[in-house]
Structure formats: structure tokens, C-alpha cells
Design a protein around this ligand. Structure first.
Ligand code: PEP
Ligand code: MG
Length: 577
């Protein structure tokens, strides 16, 4: 079976499928024969718990509504002992070497198919009871332990297949055993895709139904460049996929020589190329790929990996200190937490539980949770004296927010000084990723020390296209005239106020788009470390004066297609991949 999705992280991987249904919380994987007794034991324990729970419900109903209403639960209790359910699930675990959750789900499918065949209304009604019982058993299995702990015990290489793959799931796994990632949802700028590229795991997103059609334990071959996913590949296909992987590795090796060369255009314009990273451990690797510094550290990944404990000032201080010392003498730009309220790992009282990316998120959330923000700022300011650091605020939409954030930094500094701790001056800047910030860049530039343009969000909010939704990915268009105008506006505002402006969205990692950005006058970029060698090669072949003229023409174009034509006509004779 061949599936086709969006290749979001290049490279190939072949491994055994672990299937995760995030919506239901179920996880499916194949187990080695020695693990079979444990899976059976888990299932039996889930049955014992279910029996107690249902008996309890039955007693409650009997005492409140009368014994005649409690009989429904007798049927459920009987089902727990029916051969067609638990015994069959055990048989599936033994014969197919899958975990208890998968076996239970397959049993439910078999029973449902049986009920569907007959048209006995009594049986059809029982179908609801069976799925209720199976739902309870699955819940009990889940309650019996952290499912990711089971994955950690599996032998690799694994291909993680999920309906939705969040960065926090990846952050909790051992990446070395992951051959590839495959998901029903997602797109190029989704954080999991960004993370996959940065840890160099091939990934394919936007497959719609991969998690439904790929069976746990199936052998899966993934090509993250073409977006192909092959389930149950034969020897020849595996050999072909691996050959593609070698080709890709050779291409990357051919760029190695550019890593240590400076970023500069053919006509001598110096270009600063920094790295976007998600873990303090990545700083030395970024340097090794040729990064001039860290242009974006997404601090919220500390929370994805460490949960609530990662919010403590001391834990953050140690992480930031490791980061700045690991990058030294190069500078590090650390972005304060960019999470929505639902992603903040604490119990919250009094806030609504909205998951909307347009809700309480980024700097808005930090300003609303002063204690958490102060702890992060104190940790940052303490770590700043160990190297060169800048602090950046995400999701800023107005000058008021910038002022409030800077005031919070001043308070954090004052409280540290009161503790007798020396605090260096740390530049504070804003992400330009909300259209209102791009449009008022002149006003923000008067009060910020620097700008970093986050094109991932800027494009989605300007064009009203959800960056995580593969169904509208066609409309996610970096070359839209509206985007070009915003970029020009921000670059110009920065120049006038003599503040540094970088682009740290994924747009910068695309050689063609990078060319346009240079033409718009941007000379600083931050991108996934893996993209840096190719960016250097492209820049060193480029004439900045020429691309400035191309960008001027592109700015007069009425459509994205016309902008693209300007660019490709200019780039056509050049060996740009
Ligand atoms: C962006 O929005 O472009 C950006 C760099 O930040 P993130 O991808 O983390 O939202
Ligand atoms: Mg962003």
C-alpha cells in the first residue's frame, strides 16, 4: 500500500509502525513474544477494574432509580466474561503479537461486523453496550500507565504514525530509535515538522487516514522528501528507498564545504545566518552546521519536554545557562514561552480553556500570568551574564504589550539586584508575526532593540490560512503581494531606526524565498541548522544588487504567480536546487 502526503522533513526511514490515536488516547504497537504475558496481564487487570466499576454503577442506579433499571448493567457484566470479548482479545495478542489496546480494538471491530450482519434490533442495541464496555476497558488500560513509557521500551527502528503528532510527544521519546514520523494532519510550518527537521528525522504529514490504515507492527518505509509512505514494502522497494536516502546524504555532504565559509553574497554583502533550535543540547550542533549564533530558541519546548517542573526558575536558569555557554562566544536570542493557555503545564483557575491559537497565547499569556513570566525573566537575566543573550517576545500585537513586557523585564532585574545579583543589560526585541505588528513596525521600532520576523505566523494570520491545516496549505503563500509589502515595511522600519531585523520563519530556509528576502534588504536570518549549508551556497552565488532590482519588480506584481515568475526568471540560469 502506498500513501502520499506532504514531505515535511527530508530523508528516508524504514521501521515498524507504532500507531497513536491522540484523539482517543490509544496507542497501538507490536510486542515481542516475551512481552505477550504482560499485555495479557494488563488486559485482565483492566477487566477486574471494569467489573468493580460497573458493579458500583449498578448498585447506585438500583438504589436511586430502582432495581428494574439496573439490569442493563448486568448485560455489561456478562460481556466482561463473554468469550467473544476478552478471550478473543487475548487470542489476538498471542497470534498477532500486538498490545492489549490494539487487540481490544480489533475485537470490537469483529463484534460490530457480526452485529451489522443480522437485522435483529436487540443485537443492534447491544452494540452500544459492547462499545461502552470496550471504551471502559481501554480507559482502564490507559490509566494503568503512561503509554509513551511502553513505546520507550520498544526496540527500534520505529515509525511513529499518529492522527496528530504534537511536539510534546516527540520531545518525550528517544529520537535515536525513531526512523520516521507520519501523521494524518499537519504541514510544513507545524511545530512537529520544524522539530523533525531540526532533529533530522524524516517526516510526512497531511496523510488524512494513515493512522487508520496502517496496522501497528507493520513495516513502513517513509520518504520525507517526496511525501511517500509505503506500507509492507518488498525487498526491492526497501532497497530503492535506501538508495534515495544515500543520495540525499551525498547531496548534504556535498554542501559540507560551505559550513565554515562566511555568509556573504557574491558582491560582498555580509549575511548573518543563525539557527532556530528547540533544545539547549542543539547549540553546539548548530555551530557545527555553520550557524553564526542562535537566532531563535523556542523556550516553550522546555515545557513540552519537562512539564510543570520546567517552569521553576532554577530549572530554567540551568537550561538557559547551558544554552548560552554552549553557544558562546556566539549570541543567543531566547524567545519567552510561546504557548497557548491549554499548553501551559499547570492547573488553571479562572481562565477559559480555549485552545484557539488566537486566544491567550505568547506574550498575552505571559502578561496574564505574572508569576510565571517573572520566573522566566529572572532565569533569563541570571543566565545572561554567562554569555551573550537577547530576549524576544512572541505574538506581540501592539506597542502597549511591548511596553508591558519591558516593564516586566525591569521588575525582574530589580528583584534580582535586590537579591544582590548583578544583571547585565539584555537587549529586548519582538517577533513580528502578527499583522498589526508588521503594519505598525515603525512604532514598535522606536521602542524595541530588534525585530525577528516570524513568517510562519505572519503569513497564516495575514492570509487567514491555518498553518497546521493541510487542506488549506495551497493558500499558504509566502509570495502573496500582501506578505511582500509587510516584509518591506518591517525591513524599512528597522533600517530607519537602526535596529537589527532578521527573518526566523521557515521561509528563510527556502533558497528561492531567501533570495527574495535578501532583495527586500534583509541581511539576517535564522533557520533550522540543517538548512544553513545550502543557504550559504545559494547566497555566495547571488548578487545582492541584482536581487534588489528583482524584489523591486516583484513588489509591483499583482499576484503571487507574477512574483514567482520574476524570481524564477532571474534564478533560472543559476544552479539553485
Ligand atoms: C514564526 O512564527 O515564524 C516563528 C518563527 O515562530 P513559530 O514557528 O515558533 O511560531
Ligand atoms: Mg510564531
Amino acid at each position: 500500500m502506498r500513501l502520499k502526503g506532504l514531505g515535511v522533513s527530508a530523508g528516508v526511514g524504514v521501521g515498524t509502525a507504532v500507531v497513536l490515536h491522540r484523539a482517543s488516547g490509544d496507542l497501538g504497537f507490536s510486542v515481542p513474544a516475551r512481552r505477550v504475558p504482560r499485555e495479557i496481564e494488563r488486559l485482565q487487570a483492566a477487566r477486574t477494574a471494569a467489573r468493580e466499576q460497573i458493579s458500583h454503577i449498578k448498585d447506585r442506579i438500583a438504589s436511586s432509580a430502582g432495581a428494574e433499571h439496573a439490569y442493563l448493567f448486568d448485560a455489561q457484566l456478562l460481556m466482561l466474561d463473554d468469550r467473544m470479548l476478552i478471550d478473543r482479545a487475548i487470542e489476538i495478542i498471542r497470534n498477532h503479537l500486538v498490545n492489549a489496546e490494539t487487540a481490544l480494538q480489533r475485537t470490537l471491530e469483529e463484534i460490530s461486523a457480526l452485529f451489522d450482519k443480522g437485522d435483529d434490533p436487540y443485537l443492534r442495541e447491544r452494540r452500544g453496550d459492547v462499545s461502552d464496555v470496550v471504551g471502559r476497558l481501554s480507559g482502564n488500560l490507559r490509566a494503568g500507565g503512561d503509554p509513551l513509557a511502553f513505546v520507550r521500551e520498544l526496540e527500534g527502528p520505529l515509525v511513529l504514525v499518529a492522527d496528530e503528532l504534537t511536539p510534546s510527544i516527540i520531545a518525550q521519546l528517544d529520537w535515536h530509535r525513531l526512523a520516521a514520523l507520519v501523521s494524518d494532519e499537519g504541514s510544513w510550518t507545524y511545530h512537529t515538522a520544524i522539530l523533525a527537521r531540526s532533529i533530522r528525522i524524516p517526516a510526512v504529514a497531511g496523510l488524512r487516514n494513515a493512522s487508520a490504515v496502517i496496522a501497528p507492527g507493520a513495516l513502513v518505509a517513509v520518504d520525507g522528501t517526496t511525501g511517500e509512505v509505503i506500507v509492507g514494502p518488498d525487498e526491492a522497494t526497501i532497497a530503492e528507498i535506501r538508495a534515495r536516502g544515500r543520495q540525499r546524504a551525498q547531496f548534504e555532504e556535498s554542501l559540507d564545504e560551505f559550513r565554515r565559509l562566511p555568509g556573504v553574497t557574491a558582491d560582498g554583502v555580509a549575511i548573518r545566518l543563525e539557527a532556530n533550535i528547540e533544545s539547549p543540547d542543539d547549540a553546539p550542533r548548530a555551530h557545527e552546521r555553520g550557524a553564526d549564533g542562535i537566532g531563535l530558541f523556542r523556550s516553550e519546548f522546555l515545557l513540552a519536554a519537562g512539564g510543570q517542573a520546567a517552569l521553576a526558575e532554577e530549572a530554567q536558569y540551568l537550561a538557559y545557562r547551558q544554552l548560552v555557554t554552549g553557544a558562546a562566544p556566539a549570541a543567543v536570542t531566547i524567545r519567552t514561552f510561546d504557548v497557548s493557555q491549554a499548553q501551559m503545564p499547570i492547573e488553571q483557575v479562572g481562565f477559559d480553556g480555549s485552545r484557539s491559537p488566537l486566544g491567550l497565547r505568547g506574550i498575552r499569556l505571559s502578561l496574564a500570568m505574572d508569576d510565571i513570566f517573572q520566573a522566566q525573566l529572572r532565569a533569563l537575566l541570571r543566565a545572561a551574564s554567562h554569555g551573550s543573550m537577547r530576549i524576544m517576545f512572541p505574538f506581540v500585537s501592539s506597542v502597549e504589550e511591548l511596553r508591558a513586557a519591558r516593564e516586566a523585564v525591569a521588575r525582574a532585574a530589580a528583584s534580582l539586584r535586590a537579591r544582590g545579583i548583578d544583571v547585565p543589560r539584555v537587549p529586548t526585541g519582538v517577533m513580528i508575526e502578527v499583522p498589526s505588528a508588521a503594519i505598525t513596525a515603525d512604532l514598535l521600532a522606536a521602542e524595541a532593540d530588534f525585530f525577528a520576523i516570524g513568517t510562519n505566523d505572519l503569513i497564516q494570520y495575514c492570509l487567514a490560512v491555518d498553518r497546521t491545516d493541510d487542506r488549506v496549505s495551497r493558500l499558504y503563500e509566502p509570495l502573496h503581494p500582501a506578505i511582500l509589502r509587510m516584509l518591506r515595511n518591517v525591513a524599512r522600519a528597522g533600517r530607519r531606526r537602526h535596529i537589527r531585523v532578521s527573518v526566523c520563519g521557515e521561509m528563510a530556509a527556502d533558497p528561492v524565498l531567501l533570495t527574495l528576502l535578501v532583495g527586500l534588504g534583509v541581511t539576517e536570518f535564522s533557520m533550522s541548522p540543517t538548512a544553513i549549508p545550502l543557504a550559504k551556497q545559494v547566497l555566495r552565488d547571488l548578487n545582492a544588487a541584482d536581487v534588489t532590482r528583482v524584489a523591486a519588480r516583484a513588489l509591483r506584481a499583482a499576484t503571487a504567480a507574477d512574483v514567482e515568475k520574476e524570481l524564477t526568471t532571474f534564478l533560472a540560469p543559476q544552479p539553485v536546487k
